[in-house]
Design a protein around this ligand. Structure first.
Ligand SMILES: NC(=O)c1ccc[n+]([C@@H]2O[C@H](COP(=O)([O-])OP(=O)(O)OC[C@H]3O[C@@H](n4cnc5c(N)ncnc54)[C@H](O)[C@@H]3O)[C@@H](O)[C@H]2O)c1
Length: 341
């Protein structure tokens, strides 16, 4: 499994932060997430004396203005011809966009340091920024030259951020690898003790396969959007109160309900998912948001054309893409899950 990922996506799995630092090139701009920089002494030591731009990630700063800051650091720096990005998905998406567009593209190495970025965002070549409050509206498709995944970085990650990454792992369990759900069902409740290397690798096998088949996301790669239409709309509606993967996990619940309504999916899958989310302390309901409040975000979503289209499930591991979903069905599903006691 590891071998296939190494070949198809130039991903290397490493055990320690020191080993990972040893792989990184010099003569490069290091764009580093302040969250991991200040918590990982060996990383800070490795970067001493190098060209480093520290960024503090936030969705409101995931914009072209921050990309320009990165261009400035490249332009002003001493003969910087490549970029290494160390951090979570926000810094990764931003800096990878800058690397893809600066001088029409410079070499890029990604070192994801959150669970979500290891299991999802670092792989697949999508990068980008938010525009006028709409998520990831501007960006490119461009694979990094190297990806180093070192789960040891997760030791300093907060429980909330671990839960966020878990949202994407749960998605992989529903769309393609039920072993992920089994591993999670058997694991201890303490979210810091989950078998992350195995979970990340299994998830990436699914992502990598779909990306290889449909890099530009016009067909089967849409499968990865399961949970994301509602997830993104929720992120918009809650203005950043929910971490990305927490919003996605709630999106999975609502989109499973829609799958039951529109594709006769067995409700046991949703019950199983709710149980796992409860076990790991993830929110399964959200107060104070009406279904109506999600609709503007859904209508603007770049995944939709003249009608709302979702990836839904016919059965476990049997997704169907581009299913037209009437707004009334969304309001009904939302009401069933979030507004009924
Ligand atoms: N490109 C893609 O294919 C893709 C896929 C999924 C999500 N995304 C994007 O990813 C973003 C979310 O990424 P995220 O979940 O990594 O969140 P994030 O980038 O906001 O990081 C979460 C928090 O963790 C901190 N952090 C990072 N590494 C740490 C570490 N090792 N220890 C302690 N703290 C650490 C960060 O400073 C931040 O405060 C969203 O903007 C989403 O749109 C992109």
């Amino acid at each position: 499994m590891k071998k296939a990922l190494e070949q198809s996506d130039r991903i290397e799995f490493l055990d320690t932060v020191e080993e990972t630092c040893g792989k990184l090139p010099d003569k490069t701009l290091f764009v580093v997430d302040s969250g991991v920089f200040y918590k990982t002494l060996s990383l800070a030591n490795h970067l001493r004396g190098k060209s480093v731009l520290l960024l503090t990630p936030s969705e409101t700063e995931k914009t072209l203005r921050t990309v320009e800051k990165i261009y400035g650091a490249l332009f002003d720096g001493p003969d910087l011809r490549a970029m290494v990005v160390i951090g979570g998905g926000i810094v990764g998406d931003l800096a990878a966009f800058a690397a893809a567009t600066y001088k029409r593209g410079i070499p890029l190495t990604l070192v994801p340091t959150t669970l979500l970025s290891m299991a999802d965002s670092a792989v697949g070549g999508k990068n980008g920024v938010n525009y006028r409050g709409v998520k990831n509206y501007i960006g490119t498709f461009r694979k990094p030259d190297h990806i180093y995944i070192c789960p040891a970085f997760l030791k300093t990650l907060s429980r909330k951020e671990l839960r966020s990454g878990l949202g994407e792992l749960l998605k992989y369990g529903l769309i393609g690898d039920e072993e992920i759900l089994r591993l999670l069902a058997m694991a201890p409740e303490n979210i810091q003790e989950l078998p992350y290397p195995a979970l990340i690798q299994r998830g990436l096998v699914i992502k990598s396969r779909l990306v290889a088949e449909d890099f530009h996301d016009v067909g089967v790669r849409n499968i990865l959007n399961f949970g994301h239409n509602i997830g993104h709309a929720l992120e918009n509606a809650t203005q950043g109160d929910l971490a990305h993967g927490e919003a996605v996990a709630l999106g999975l619940l609502v989109e499973l309900r829609l799958s039951e309504m529109l594709l006769q999916l067995d409700p046991s899958l949703r019950k199983n998912l709710t149980g796992l989310m409860d076990k790991f302390g993830m929110p399964t309901k959200i107060e104070g948001i009406s279904g109506q409040a999600l609709l503007p975000g859904l209508r603007k979503d770049k995944k939709n054309d003249d009608q709302l289209r979702f990836t839904l499930l016919e059965r476990q591991n049997q997704p169907r893409i581009k299913v037209p979903v009437p707004e009334e069905a969304i309001l009904q599903a939302w009401q069933d899950l979030m507004e009924k006691k």
